[in-house]
Design a protein around this ligand. Sequence first.
Ligand code: FAD
Length: 474
Amino acid sequence: MSTMRTTDTDVLVIGAGPTGLLLAGDLAAAGIDVTLVERRPHGLSNMTRAFGVHARTLEQLDARGLADELLTKGTPLPRARLFGRLDLDLSRLPSRFNHLLVTPQYEVEHLLERRAKDAGVTFRYGTELRGLRQDADTVTAELTGPDGAPFTLDARHLVGTDGVRSAVRTALNLPFPGSSVIRSMVLADVRLTEEPGRLFTVSGSGDTFAFLAPFGDGWYRVMGWSRTRQVADSEPVDLDEVREIARRALGTDFGMHDPRWISRFHSDERQAPAYRVGRVFLAGDAAHVHSPAGGQGMNTGLQDAANLSWKLTAVLRGEAPDPEALLDSYQSERHPVGAMVLRSSGAIVRLAMAHTPLTRTARALAARFLNAVRPASARAMGMISGIGIAYAPPAGSGRPAGRRAPDVRLREGRLYELLRAGEFVLIAPAGEPPALPGTAPVSPARLVRATWTDPARRTAVLVRPDGYVHWTSR
Ligand SMILES: Cc1cc2nc3c(=O)[nH]c(=O)nc-3n(C[C@H](O)[C@H](O)[C@H](O)COP(=O)(O)OP(=O)(O)OC[C@H]3O[C@@H](n4cnc5c(N)ncnc54)[C@H](O)[C@@H]3O)c2cc1C
């Protein structure tokens, strides 16, 4: 029998970006001891970067009591327009959040950081992971503190949420295969003299494309690319270059002025082959990276965190009947989603860059098809917004297990309000507590019990803490 060593913390999370903050907050809220290590000194924030929060992410934030506050800090966009002709009507999404919320990434991070602090996460800023080793029951992280002095911390599990250049991934000797998808993109947060409407717009001629979205507070995010100006990221960029690209792609620069941030960047499409190695996990940009088209990087990382946090919690509480299988399901559920996001965001960029007659025809046909065929456009919106993402049902459970649980109204309140307890929710007919399946990784004492408002509903449904169906009695 192995004797477990005492550890400094149950879970060590490396990197306080959005992914690490959500994960650490969830674990601490569930009573798990968490330490969050961040290389940046305290008070130095990440840049704006992500500008859009999709519907499924808003649902996850709703399940943590944060969505309504975030809605006050952004602009909901009910429609998006791609390539000048493809209209995506997000108002048709079957969600309380039937839009894209345009808000700077730091607003999401502020909310998640506050929640993590309130829940009792131990933050260690100015601290960098340099290496790690693991054995059967412990992970040892090799760190340097704010004074540069090396030290180690032992944990039961470690999660690398340390971004695209992840030191955790490197320490695991994992490759990050893929390639550069687009180079020399320019980005600016600007003010405009002409009102472009509330549409999120991506348009392009094949030789240029540009994208524009309002933050809602007078600032706009503009991104652009020109085939004729392909230079290194280090090459300076000024507002004239951004305006010129916008004029060529959108027909106008809307009188851009007063940039608060201008940058040039390139974007890779890469995915780690494994999200789990023993006691160590990867999530967010550490696990996958792709073009910002579709605005899905932060959103995908937050969904990774929501998927992993309850599984680690169940295992650390000793409530998972098969802990190894439950932890492996993080990889089997989230790796295919990461691969799908790489494909879809890559397809948007490639269509935007289409410049041969053949590829431009393909783009026009794709737009016409999606505009005309409702199920196809609903599917595209479901994938981009995250609302349509489902996982394979656990062995023997059959559909609808693995599907997103919609926010139904129950006698005790909305489902996503009940999920704020961070536990499984069992919805059953009044007065008939069903026998739970032996595979449920939860102790009956922790279940949140709820009742259908419709007395005719005879089935029972067990909803996971991340809002997916675990089991149904039918
Ligand atoms: C221009 C641009 C626009 C984008 N637009 C969107 C969008 O609209 N929607 C969207 O969803 N996504 C968008 N993204 C992507 C999004 O910004 C990222 O996917 C998101 O920040 C990833 O979050 P993360 O927590 O996984 O990693 P990060 O945000 O990169 O956080 C990683 C953290 O780890 C810390 N760290 C790194 N190494 C170490 C170490 N060794 N030790 C300790 N700490 C360490 C870093 O300091 C950082 O704080 C955009 C990105 C760019 C560049």
